[in-house]
Design a protein around this ligand. Sequence first.
Ligand SMILES: Nc1ncnc2c1ncn2[C@@H]1O[C@H](COP(=O)(O)OP(=O)(O)OP(=O)(O)O)[C@@H](O)[C@H]1O
Length: 672
Amino acid sequence: MQLRNEQRQHIHTLTRLAEDQMSGLDTYRDVIRRSWERCMGEYHLDPTRPRSVRVLTQQALKEHREPVDELLHVARAGVDQLFAQVAPLGYVLLLADQRGITVDFRGQRDQEADLRRAGLHLGLDWGERHAGTCAVGTCLHEARAITCHQNEHFDATHIDLTCTAAAITDPQGNVIAVLDISALRSPRASESQNFCLPMVSLYARMIEDAYFLHRYRDSLILRFDTTRAFVHLNGKGLIAIEEDGSIIAANGEGRGLIEAHLQRWPPWSVDLLPNANQLFDCEVSDLLSIPYSSEDQIRAFRVRASEAICFITVMEPRGPRAYQRPTPSTPTPVPALDRLASDDPAMHRLIKLARRLRNEMVNVLITGETGTGKEVLARALHDSGSRAEGPFVAVNCAAIPESLIESELFGYLPGAFTGGRSKGMRGLIQQADGGTLFLDEIGDMPLTLQTRLLRVLAESEVMPLGAEKAVRVDIRVITATHRDMHELIAHGQFREDLYYRLNGAQLRLPALRERADKHFIIRSIYGSLVAERQCDVRLRADAMSALLAYAWPGNIRQLKNALRFALATTEGEEITVHDLPEECRGRVASTPQVIESPPQSDVCESGQALHTLLQETGWNISDVARRLGVSRPTVYRRMRRHALVSPNRRSIDEMTDMEESDKYHLDPRSKA
Ligand SMILES: Nc1ncnc2c1ncn2[C@@H]1O[C@H](COP(=O)(O)OP(=O)(O)OP(=O)(O)O)[C@@H](O)[C@H]1O
C-alpha cells in the first residue's frame, strides 16, 4: 500500500509510543492514548501495517442484525432524523452492534465507492480489536460518547476520517448498540466537530428512550424531569413500575436516581431495589392518581435521596384492560387551607395533615423561616375548623415588651398594678375564649411566663393579675417559631415540658426557594395585589422569570413586598424585570434603583447599617421592614439587640411600649 506523508508521520508517532517514548505525545487526549496502548499491548495491532477493512458475509451480518432487530425497528425514525440533519454537512450515519459491526447505515449514494473503501458501510467491523482506535470501538470500550478526529485513529488508513459515537444502552444499563456519524473529509481543527458530540448523544438517548417505551409498553411508566414544561415533551427519566410501585426497569436517568438512593440507604440484599414510592417519598396511590389529580397530568414530588423536586407524569400501559385505573378520591375541599399551595410535595403533606388537625383539640406548632406564612397558616387552620366562629387572637411574643407581656396575656383587675387601666383589662388569653390563641415567636417568651402559660394549658384556667379566682377558658393554642426550639431547650431558654405541650403536632412550612409551586404563589399574590389596587397591570414573562429564579431570603413576605413595590413604582401597563427591586432582578442589566438600602444580610449583622437605614427612612419602622423583607417586630427586635432608640423616645422600653402596642392584634390579615 502506497502511504502518504501524513500516514508515515502517524505511524512514526505510534511507533514512538510502542517504544515507550511518551514525550511529544502530550497533545493527545488520555482516552486516545489509552486506546492506542490497548491496540498495541492487548490486541497486538502493528501500526506499521495498516489493515484493510473487514467485511462480514451476508449470513454473518444477518446473525448480527437479528438480536438487535427490535432496536433497529424502533430506532428507524431517530436514525432518519439525525441523518437528514447531518447529511448536508457531508456525514454518514452508522449504527453498530455491541461488537462494533455496522448493522444499519445511511450514506450518500454518489460516494458509495469512497465510503466503502473507508469502511463506512453495512457489515463492517469497527470493533477496537480489529479496527484499532476509532469512535465506535473506543466508545464501546469506554462506554461513553467520544469523537475520534483524524489522526486520533490508530490505523493510518483512517486518519482522514472524523467520527463521533455515543452508546445506546438497554433498560438494564448494558450497551447494546452505538450510534455514529462520520465524514470522509473535515477541517483539521478538532473544534470543528464540537457540535457532533452533544447531537449524537441526544439522538442516542432518544433512541434508547424510544426502545425503553417500546419494551415496557405494557407497564406503567413514570416519566420525570426537573422542569415541569419538559415532562411530556422530553422528560429525561423513565421508570417502569408494577401497580404496587415495585420497579421493573429504568433508563439512564432513572438508574442514576435509583443508584443515588441505594448509596444513601444500602439495601440488605444487593438485588433489592427501592419501591418507586420510596424513591419519591410518597404513597404509590399518589403516583397512580397523577393523571386524575392535576390538570396537566403532572405532579411535583420530592426525590428522597437528593431532596430535589422533580415533576412526574404517568404513562399508562397500552390496551383497554391492561391496567386497573385507581378510583380517584377527591377530598372534600377546604378552601382556607387549599388556597395556600398548589403543587408542592411538602405543602401537599402539610395541608393533608392540617386538614386532619383542623377540628382536633391538638395544640399545633408551626415552624419555618421568617415570612413563610406561619401566621397565614394559623389563621387558615382556625378559619377551616369548628372554632371558625370564635375569636382568633394573634400575639407576637417577640414584639410585646417583657414588662407588658404578662398583663397583656393574663389580664388584670382594677388597681392590680400602678399604671394599669382603672377598669382593669381582659387578657388576650381570655379574649381567645371559644376560639384560637396564636402565639407567634413563642421561642421569645420569657421563662417566667412560660411557667404560667404551662399552667393555663394544663388546667384550662387563667388567673388575671390581682385576681383571687381563676377563670375557665376554652382555647386552642397554635404557636409558631422560626427558631430551633431544641437548641433553646438545651440552653435552658425554653421549658421542655411546655414545648411538648405546645407541640401536639408540628407543621413545617418550606422556604419559598424550596417550593415547586412558586409560580402559583407569585400569581396568587400578584392577583390579590392587583385587585386591591383596582388596576390592570400585567406581569410580563421576564419579570416572572426573575421572580422564579430569585432565592427569596425573606420568603413570601419579601415576595409580596417586591410585587407591591413594582406595582407602586411602575409607570407602564406591565411590570417588567426592571420594575422589580434591584436584588430580585438577577443578572439583568439594571437601571439605577430609587431606594438604595444596604444588603439585608449586612443589616442583619450590623447595627451600624440598621442605624443608617433607620435614619434614611426617618425612623419609619414599616418602611425599614418593607425594604428588608422582614416583619416590623423583627426590626424592633434587631433595634433592641443593637440598643438603637428612636430620637423621639427616651428609652428602649418606652419606645417598645409605644411603638409595639400595635404588634399584637386581633386580626392578622392586616400584617404585611
Ligand atoms: N400562601 C400565602 N398566600 C398569600 N400571601 C401569603 C401566603 N403566605 C404568607 N403570605 C403573606 O406573606 C407575609 C408573611 O406571612 P406571615 O406573617 O404569615 O409569615 P410568618 O412566617 O408568620 O412571618 P414571621 O416569621 O416574620 O412571623 C404576609 O404578608 C402574608 O400575607
